[in-house]
Design a protein around this ligand. Structure first.
Ligand SMILES: [Zn+2]
Length: 483
């Protein structure tokens, strides 16, 4: 098999360099700015119709299937045709540029449907070659350069770099990419790799239909408003945004309103101070002071089946489900345990379990007890639940200078995010600010404002407005600082 896949010919030399992975849709000169990209055929040699269909199908099952991009038209080009203009010829397949540099460019892409002169071995395997070469060339057409050009490639990969180098890596080096000459599977047989999918979704967004989280690579789920709180709910994710809206996304594909199956579960202007899953529903504490329990996860700020479970003036600083009830920490320093999820700020069966001068920054269930982080820097674990701030069975987990922003239990350990920017995973719940067995799982500058478990992975929201899904502890804030 001839492994020369294609050339990228640069007419506008170095005017716009791009990637093995690129940059943002809309703001990057290479990525198409709209969701719909027209495609047309410059010519129709005898017998080409079947391979035009093969090409179209291959694109439908790859770049189109896994992103919000839609390739439209696919008729004959005329002089004014915009988008990708494909010439069919028995020559080396290539594109004359990357991404939207191809917009309206005559003969901007060349595809080979005969293989009499070029790559003759494909003549015996035409359908497969046409499909996989089509996927590779459309990879250039959406903005990707060759993966084997990367400086951080596997040293075993010896193919000559070809075409421009790209200016941003969206994922770790990927030996299985359709854009990698070193992939022993020719064009990866036209099947996008996990990282190809992560890359196209970083550039063009996640499709609403049939979305499954990636198994290997971190993906950005959302870019926009800052998140104040986020929790797993049913099979999906509930996300409370800075400006007031709270959304339930059943498949997690889009935590805000872009997908039709995403529901707005709070429409008011109040800010969320804390949110927890509780029994079949959700408890939400608002900046105005009220706390509501919604048994069905709808109308989080009152109305429908929701009930007020606190109606005072104190503001909540942290809240966790605990046994059959709820522990609520108020900014005045009182921590209360309500065994029945009612009267969260006292009265009824509720008891004050601790009063402090320090504010509680965050709380998390952990093992049979829970962890409490205070504004003075101390973080404590109590297994009995009676000693949130030291003494009794309490254990000091951290006593440093950083202040905790948020934390969640993960596997047998704890993920902790500090206001200073670091996010750590401690597999045994010790040394949660680093040291020991604890790993720094995000070293960027941004503060994580909320972290949640979603399916088997981790969703993290950062102050810049990006929300990332990571299937494991690698690159929780996105690869390479996060796109
Ligand atoms: Zn190529």
């Amino acid at each position: 098999m001839n492994l020369i896949l294609c050339l990228i010919i640069f007419l506008s030399f170095f005017s716009n360099k791009v990637l093995a992975a690129v940059a943002y849709r809309g703001s990057h000169p290479i990525a198409w700015s709209g969701q719909e990209v027209p495609v047309c055929w410059e010519n129709s040699p005898d017998g080409s119709n079947i391979y035009k269909e093969v090409t179209r199908e291959a694109i439908e099952q790859s770049w189109e299937k896994y992103s919000t991009l839609k390739f439209i038209g696919w008729g004959n080009c005329n002089n004014n045709s915009r988008g990708i203009r494909i010439q069919i010829a028995d020559d080396n397949p290539h594109t004359k540029g990357l991404g939207r540099e191809l917009n309206g460019k005559k003969n901007g892409m060349l595809l080979n449907f005969t293989f009499q002169k070029w790559s003759q071995s494909c003549a015996y395997n035409k359908e497969s070659c046409v499909a996989s070469i089509g996927v590779h060339e459309f990879g250039h057409a959406v903005g990707f350069t060759h993966e084997h050009n990367r400086g951080d490639r596997d040293p075993m990969c010896k193919e000559e770099p070809q075409g421009p180098d790209g200016n941003a890596f969206l994922t770790p080096y990927d030996g299985e990419s359709v854009m990698n000459y070193c992939n022993p599977e020719y064009n990866n047989d036209g099947q996008l790799s996990d990282a190809d999918i992560a890359g196209i979704q970083l550039l063009y967004g996640i499709p609403c239909e049939n979305w499954l989280p990636p198994k290997k690579n971190t993906i950005r789920l959302y870019k926009g408003q800052r998140v104040r709180a986020m929790i797993p709910f049913k099979k999906g994710l509930v996300t409370a945004f800075q400006q007031g809206g709270i959304y339930y996304s059943p498949d997690g594909a889009d935590p805000a309103k872009a997908c039709s199956n995403t529901q707005k579960v709070y429409n008011g202007k109040q800010k969320v101070l804390a949110m927890i899953p509780y029994k079949s529903g959700i408890i939400t504490a608002f900046s105005g002071g009220a706390i509501y329990y919604s048994p069905d996860g709808k109308n989080l700020g009152g109305g429908g089946k929701s009930k007020k479970v606190y109606n005072g003036n104190q503001k909540v600083s942290a809240m966790i489900p605990w046994k059959e009830g709820v522990i609520t920490a108020f900014s005045g320093g009182g921590i209360y345990f309500s065994p029945d999820g009612k009267n969260l700020g006292g009265n009824g069966k509720t008891k004050l379990i601790y009063r402090s001068n320090q504010n509680v920054l965050a709380m998390s269930p952990y093992k049979k007890g829970y962890v409490t982080a205070f504004s003075g820097g101390g973080i404590y674990f109590t297994s009995s639940g009676k000693y949130p701030a030291g003494g009794g069975d309490s254990i000091v987990l951290y006593n440093g200078r950083q202040t905790l922003q948020t934390m969640i239990p993960y596997k047998k350990g704890l993920i902790t995010a500090f206001s200073e920017g670091g996010v750590y995973f401690s597999p045994n719940g010790k040394d949660i600010g680093g040291r020991g067995k604890t790993k720094n799982i995000y070293g960027g500058q941004q503060k994580a404002t909320a972290i949640s478990i979603f399916k088997s992975g981790i969703v993290s929201a950062f102050q810049g407005g990006g929300i990332y899904y990571s299937p494991n502890l690698d690159y929780v804030g996105g690869y390479n600082g996060g796109y």
